[in-house]
Design a protein around this ligand. Structure first.
Ligand code: 6SB
Length: 325
């Protein structure tokens, strides 16, 4: 499971939790403007926007999990099992393989609204990367500082939703996730009032009681409600430190601790492998990992963005403890 998030203070920030029981050796990866992008069914892009994000590179191609381009447009892929349905090639459409979707979008568009227009022609074609990286069922959040979309290729076709929450988790489909929020409209950050019965007396014995009923389990529907509540009520100062802290706190509210979500075999548990937060205005990509609570950053503008070569940074995965004595 995963959670994607778009958040604005003075600058705009975009990132995600990647929750999984293993890692594919992902690295913070910068694709400079002249890296020759080739696609399976659409024309290559020899020059394009530069991209920074988390990716596994295979056969020289950056397989992005999430990324931001130099115009501040961002996109992340999240697991969408059983619902994702990729299509046969369509002659009258722009046929993009799912693993090409993030590079293809971030390489050429500046805003969500531009992407929305282009998506009317897009067909997510069922072409896997290779035998080592078979097709994965994904859906996507696409954000800029103004708005977000949720994009889902399902049996009935490509669904593009306006995403006013700037949040995406996993199943069910985005329309159902949105509908479910109706169940939580009574939640409040204020102390509760007695609407239960005027014949009874109640005591607000604790702070935070206005949001009793907000789910705290790690299922994707619960994480969606929790993350939307936390984000929509978030208050942050505008400095980089305050903004980053608030962003990682929101992601932390839906993070997965080892042992709580068993998957498959005896000793297999899902954890939050990494949390990322890219300042989309400055092009600095920050991350923490499960065992590295210190924020690590990579500034895309510190490398030669006119080059042709991918630049990647292996993740620092152990705790970086600042001892006082
Ligand atoms: C598994 C992850 C989602 C995390 C999640 O939700 N985990 C719940 C698991 S569980 O459902 O609970 O068991 C997703 C998110 C992004 C994905 C990569 C995107 C690029 C590329 C696309 C290719 O087509 C296939 C290989 C590829 C490297 C992808 C591998 C994998 O699919 C990634 C890491």
């Amino acid at each position: 499971m995963c959670t994607g998030l778009s958040y604005t203070t003075k600058n705009h920030y975009f990132g995600r939790n990647l929750d999984l029981e293993f890692s594919y050796n992902e690295k913070v990866t910068i694709t400079p403007r002249n890296f020759p992008f080739e696609f399976r069914r659409v024309p290559p892009l020899p020059t394009h926007h530069a991209i920074i994000g988390m990716a596994t590179t295979a056969d020289g191609f950056p397989l992005y999990y999430d990324g931001t381009n130099e115009k501040g447009l961002s996109m992340a892929g999240l697991n969408f099992p059983d619902n994702a349905d990729y299509k046969p090639e369509a002659a009258d459409k722009t046929n993009i393989a799912p693993f090409e979707f993030i590079p293809w979008v971030l390489a050429q568009f500046d805003t969500v609204t531009q992407v929305e227009t282009a998506l009317t022609k897009v067909n997510l074609v069922d072409i896997p990367f290779n035998d080592d990286f078979p097709q994965s069922p994904l859906h996507w959040i696409i954000s800029d500082s103004d708005r977000s979309l949720a994009v889902e290729s399902v049996r009935s076709g490509l669904r593009v939703y306006d995403n006013p929450y700037g949040v995406l988790t996993n199943n069910p489909t985005f329309d159902i996730q949105s509908f479910n929020l109706n169940n939580y409209m009574h939640l409040s950050t204020n102390p509760p009032e007695n609407n239960f019965s005027d014949q009874l007396r109640f005591d607000t014995y604790s702070r935070g009681m206005g949001a009793i009923g907000l789910p705290g389990d790690l299922s994707s529907a619960s994480r969606f409600a929790k993350a939307v509540f936390t984000k929509m009520n978030s208050i942050s100062g505008t400095s980089e430190s305050e903004s980053l802290s608030q962003f990682f706190q929101i992601l932390g509210s839906v993070a997965q601790q080892r042992g709580c979500v068993r998957v498959g075999g005896e000793d297999s548990y899902e954890i939050t492998i990494y949390s990322s937060c890219c300042n989309t205005d400055t092009g600095v990509y920050y991350y923490t990992t499960y065992e590295n609570s210190q924020i690590t950053g990579v500034d895309m503008h510190k490398v030669d963005l006119d080059s042709e070569e991918l630049v990647d940074y292996p993740l620092t995965k152990g705790q970086q403890i600042a001892m006082h004595n």
